[in-house]
Design a binder for this molecule. Structure first.
Ligand SMILES: NC(=O)c1ccc[n+]([C@@H]2O[C@H](COP(=O)([O-])OP(=O)(O)OC[C@H]3O[C@@H](n4cnc5c(N)ncnc54)[C@H](OP(=O)(O)O)[C@@H]3O)[C@@H](O)[C@H]2O)c1
Length: 225
């Protein structure tokens, strides 16, 4: 039975990761920032939960210390949208820094803290949940300044870390979940939460050390940088 860790697991895509991984027979260690949310109804003998705020080194450290000793899969899912500023003169630098801290550095803190538990004989996979909005090539309409920049930074952190991780038998994948009906994606989003997660789980199945660091959409399409 594999052991998976999921961050931002109390609602949206994170809660569905937990649900589908439990159904598939995984042991799941899930992080929630404030409220248990859907985790309280997902109660299961193979589910353990722990508080986790990815901007706090103390919280990340406590989460890592309580994590299982051997981890096979990490889903770095926690993330926030930015201020929906109407134009560039409205960009709020302190809010923008907070978005960068949560979305770009948060997942890196979690990787660092759990690395010793992921570095073992069998292949470990790390999913960095990014977004198509990270793509510079695809940035035709602009806006969502801090969100885009945070996810582009996350992509580069991942590509920059992947070479060392390959030597430790760890493969990364950078995932775009699609535009999904969650609190962040909104009601107009065309993709349903369960379809996004089942698609991303299929993408995970195809991950190896050779294709580590690819930027892949939930339906398996490779994305431009
Ligand atoms: N939905 C989409 O269309 C879409 C598209 C592309 C990428 N994504 C990415 O997919 C991931 C999940 O998004 P979603 O749509 O499920 O969003 P969501 O419904 O807004 O859920 C976001 C989750 O992240 C958690 N979180 C936020 N800040 C955190 C922090 N500092 N520490 C720990 N957890 C934190 C939230 O916890 P709280 O409940 O405590 O706030 C919540 O569990 C995000 O990384 C997002 O950028 C989503």
């Amino acid at each position: 039975m594999g052991v998976a860790v999921v961050t931002g697991a109390n609602r949206g895509l994170g809660a569905e990761w937990v649900h589908q991984l439990l159904e598939a027979g995984w042991k799941v260690y899930a992080g929630f920032r404030k409220d248990l949310g859907r985790l309280s109804v997902l109660e299961h003998q193979n589910l353990t939960v722990h508080q986790l705020d990815v901007v706090s080194n103390d919280s990340v450290q406590g989460f890592a210390e309580n994590a299982p000793e051997k981890i096979d899969l990490l889903i770095n899912n926690a993330g926030v949208a930015d201020g929906r500023w109407r134009n560039l003169t409205e960009i709020d630098d302190s809010w923008a820094l907070e978005v960068l801290d949560i979305n770009a550095l948060g997942p890196v803190r979690v990787v660092k803290a759990l690395y010793g538990k992921m570095n073992h004989d069998s292949l470990t996979k790390i999913a960095m949940v990014s977004s198509l909005m990270a793509s510079i090539d695809d940035c035709h309409i602009g806006r969502s300044y801090a969100y885009r920049a945070s996810k582009t930074a996350l992509n580069m952190f991942t590509v920059a870390m992947k070479k060392e991780a390959i030597e430790d038998n760890i493969a990364f994948v950078i995932l775009h979940p699609g535009w999904v009906k969650t609190d962040m994606g909104g009601d107009r989003a065309p993709v349903e939460i369960p379809d996004s997660i089942s698609g991303m789980r299929e993408v995970l199945e195809t991950r190896t050390l050779e294709n580590s660091g690819e930027f892949v959409q939930f339906d398996g399409a490779l994305l431009p940088w």
